[in-house]
Design a protein. Structure first.
Ligand code: PLP
Length: 463
């Protein structure tokens, strides 16, 4: 069953129901829609969210979906079903990415989302920097396509690369998507840790790549397995998060760094190092990026400021050398021409001001409080097993009892008023067990007990 078609059917069904019902009427439940359209709860939830965004329906945590008060003002729904035929099959992974970015319903506790909660974002300092630079006419002019030289120098200095090796991008997702298209062609194989960031899986599939998982554990990817999978597949590209990986929180152990780099070298391959969590270490000091140990241009380094500061600070950089760098520049030019000047300048002002270090120090304490509060709350919910206690990052990766369906538990949790993300979409192949990703950075510590109580109720309801 194609999920894109299923979503279109659910939306069409709900539009019809809204048109026929009075304001405030209750609409069919997720369970009913799931059965009626042979759609997964994730698909149904995404369809409902699309109609919430249009203002047609509203969700009430724990109660259901209702015709919104604004819907009455909207005329009859246009028939857009022809588009489903014209567009053909949906692309795998994109729907999960949309679900990941969905705004949580009012009143629900967000243990999902992937960014810092607003209270932890340095928006005052960012706003002041942006207001200052926006008044300078030069900031609005076209700059170098690869980004401002001073901002590239700042990113390069962080990792020990040359400023000339860096290209500024509008966020990590754009950087990743460009890198995959620059370094591989449709039909090529991409190796990934298992599990891995679902946005990387979606971008790889959209680029027509075949994705092959490599086993990883609490110490990161296993070098022996990586070498074996390179040999078996002939792959030339490996996407890796060595520090506080999303979703598991695992970091690559010091003893594995050499093995990973030599497996990549021996395969004549590239390693895309997604260093998204460089500023999010809670315990100890982070290991240096792998790019620092790479003499011969195998590592493509990627760092974004969106996780460290605010999702709206859509500034990232990719570092690459040699012909790979030239390919990357060419793809970036096609994708974007260049990144907004005022945002680049504001980012530079912020990361080179004393506010940056103050913010990172505060973040460490605040993230520790949130992680530890969630871990403490989870002790009252023995059904859920924490896989690795992360030493940084934004997420906990937890295992559900055997036989429980992660997607159903996440849907039940949403009905109880806590938003969590199912584990399945983070695997390139079959999930070996049932997991959830719980984002501790997205809610204040005093909400963690309540969040786990709601999650526990959802698990009981799904058992
Ligand atoms: C591991 C990882 N890489 C990249 C991204 C993309 O983030 P952004 O485009 O906001 O920089 C994300 C976002 O969730 C992520 O988790």
């Amino acid at each position: 069953m194609n999920d894109g078609n299923a979503a279109a059917r659910v939306i069409q069904d709900l539009r019809g129901a809204v048109a026929a019902a009075a304001m405030g009427s209750r609409l069919p439940s997720v369970r009913v829609l799931t059965a009626r359209h042979q759609a997964s709860p994730v698909t149904v939830a995404a369809a409902i969210r699309a109609l919430v965004r249009e203002g047609l329906v509203e969700t009430r945590p724990g109660q259901g979906t209702y015709v919104s008060r604004r819907a009455a003002a909207v005329g009859p729904a246009p028939d857009l079903s022809w588009q489903t035929v014209a567009l053909g099959a949906g692309r795998p992974g994109e729907e999960e990415l949309q679900a990941l970015l969905a705004t949580p319903p009012t009143g629900a506790i967000p243990l999902s989302g992937g960014y810092l909660e607003p209270e932890l974002q340095p928006t005052t300092a960012l706003g002041a920097a942006l207001a200052r630079v926006a008044r300078q006419p030069a900031a609005w002019q076209r700059g170098p396509a690869e980004g401002r030289a001073d901002l590239r120098a700042w990113f390069a200095g962080q990792v020990g690369l040359r400023a000339d090796d860096m290209v500024i991008c509008p966020g990590g997702q754009a950087a990743l998507s460009s890198a995959l298209r620059a370094l591989a062609s449709p039909g090529d194989t991409l190796l990934v840790e298992s599990p891995t960031y679902l946005g990387a899986l979606a971008a790889a599939r959209a680029a027509g790549l075949r994705v092959v998982p490599v086993p990883a554990d609490a110490d990161g990817v296993r070098p022996d397995q990586l070498a074996a999978v390179f040999a078996r597949t002939g792959a030339r590209l490996f996407y890796c998060q060595p520090l506080h990986a999303n979703p598991t929180g695992a970091s690559l152990a010091g003893g594995r760094r050499g093995g990973v780099l030599s497996a990549v070298r021996e395969a004549g391959a590239f390693l895309i190092e997604d260093d998204y969590a460089r500023d999010l270490t809670i315990d100890g000091e982070p290991a240096p990026p792998l790019a620092r140990d790479d003499a011969d241009g195998h590592v493509i380094y990627l760092r974004s400021l969106t996780k460290s500061a605010a999702p709206g600070l859509r500034i990232a950089a990719i570092g690459a050398r040699g012909p790979a760098a030239a390919r990357l520049r060419a793809v970036r030019l096609l994708d974007e021409l260049f990144v907004a000047g005022p945002l680049q300048q504001a980012a530079l002002e912020f990361v080179t001001s004393p506010a940056w270090d103050r913010h990172r120090r505060h973040l460490r304490t605040a993230l520790r409080a949130r992680r530890d509060a969630l871990l403490a709350a989870l002790r009252t919910c023995p059904e859920v097993k924490v896989s690795t206690i992360p030493r940084g990052g934004l997420h906990l990766w937890v295992r559900l009892p055997d036989g429980l369906d992660d997607v159903a538990v996440a849907a039940a949790a949403a009905s109880e008023g806590v938003i969590v993300f199912p584990g399945r979409p983070w695997f390139a192949a079959e999930a070996p067990a049932s997991y959830l990703r719980l984002t501790y950075a997205a809610a204040p510590p005093d909400l963690m007990d309540g969040a786990v109580r709601r999650l526990s109720a959802a698990i009981t309801a799904s058992s």
